[in-house]
Write a protein that binds this ligand. Structure first.
Ligand code: PAF
Length: 309
């Protein structure tokens, strides 16, 4: 197991607000969740911080599903590869705590890496199949890190329900799969992607985009919208749908990581032949050095409202 401790994440100040209980120690989270459970169902919203309106939508959905909401803020080192952006991942704890409070969370968990990964720890949760294609192929070890930390969070606080964004569609399916396989008593709920008015999916990494990169990134919702229109008009050929989407991204100057059609449950790619009447179209592309992901379940999701190029 590679050490999750290197490089150490920046130490963020611990802030306390009136209404939100902020806990940094795992045992503190366990005690806080036990107390909240006395009042009714408890929901967990796991995040890596740098909260935006997409996260607020997760908290709001969680509040509809449970009596109280716990938000975790932890930039999980084990889900970043050695050449990825762990060091520069945005950290905005004060603003995040205010956002959690405003959105009605009762407790925020802000652990350190050494509290989540004890000295000598050697356990990982690996989910085969569903985590292997798309981001699993581009980011080896990523979903193992995600599944491990989310399992730890589930074990520490025992949520009745956990809420995740559908922008990370494959992540949602990985979490659903291990929760089911391990008989974890938690309902895993996905919330639709929140977008800017011009169609760009909200992401904590959007802050890295320069103005020209952000303009180029609009090719992503445009390509998804184009594919949705072609699908709606009856196009089912997997290679044509993915080729057209790839070309749309590349012609805007984005470096395509992948454009893949896949089964929406198993996330197994469909590379040729006809897709069914419900099909995942997932894309990952670099605008400059910033890697952006987005997706649509064709036949299910509304197409993003994207500006013409
Ligand atoms: O989606 C994220 O922010 C992270 O992958 C998660 C689920 C909080 C695990 O670190």
């Amino acid at each position: 197991v590679p050490s999750p401790m290197a490089p150490p994440p920046a130490t963020a100040p611990r802030v306390r607000t009136e209404a939100v209980q902020v806990v940094a120690e795992p045992e503190g989270l366990r005690a806080a969740a036990d107390a909240l459970r006395d009042e009714g169902r408890v929901a967990l919203v796991p995040t890596m911080g740098a909260l935006h309106r997409g996260h607020v939508a997760l908290i709001e959905r969680a509040r509809e599903l449970a009596t109280s909401v716990v938000v975790s803020i932890f930039v999980n080192p084990t889900q970043f590869g050695p050449r990825e952006d762990l060091d520069k991942y945005p950290r905005t704890l004060d603003a995040d705590l205010r956002a959690c409070e405003a959105a009605g969370a009762r407790c925020v968990f802000t652990p350190s890496a050494s509290a989540m990964y004890l000295p000598g720890e050697s356990t990982r949760v690996r989910v085969s199949g569903v985590s292997e294609a798309l981001c699993g192929a581009s980011r080896p070890g990523h979903f193992e890190g995600v599944a491990t930390v989310v399992t730890k969070l589930f074990a520490l606080m025992g949520p009745s329900v956990a809420v995740f964004g559908r922008k990370d569609y494959q992540q949602l399916q990985v979490i659903r799969r291990f929760a089911r396989d391990l008989f974890l008593p938690v309902e895993v709920v996905g919330v639709p992607t929140v977008r800017e008015p011009d169609g760009l999916a909200l992401s904590s990494r959007n802050v890295f985009l320069t103005e020209p990169e952000r303009r180029a990134a609009l090719a992503i919702p445009r390509a998804l919208g184009h594919a949705a229109a072609r699908f709606e008009a009856g196009e089912r050929d997997a290679s044509r749908l993915s080729k057209e989407a790839s070309e749309g991204l590349a012609s805007a100057g984005l470096r395509v990581d992948y454009v893949t059609l896949a089964d929406p449950e198993s996330v197994v790619p469909i590379t040729s032949g006809a897709v069914g009447d419900r099909c995942l179209l997932a894309v990952a592309a670099f605008a400059g050095t910033t890697r952006l992901i987005d997706n649509l379940v064709l036949g299910e999701d509304a197409a993003p409202r994207a500006e013409p190029s």
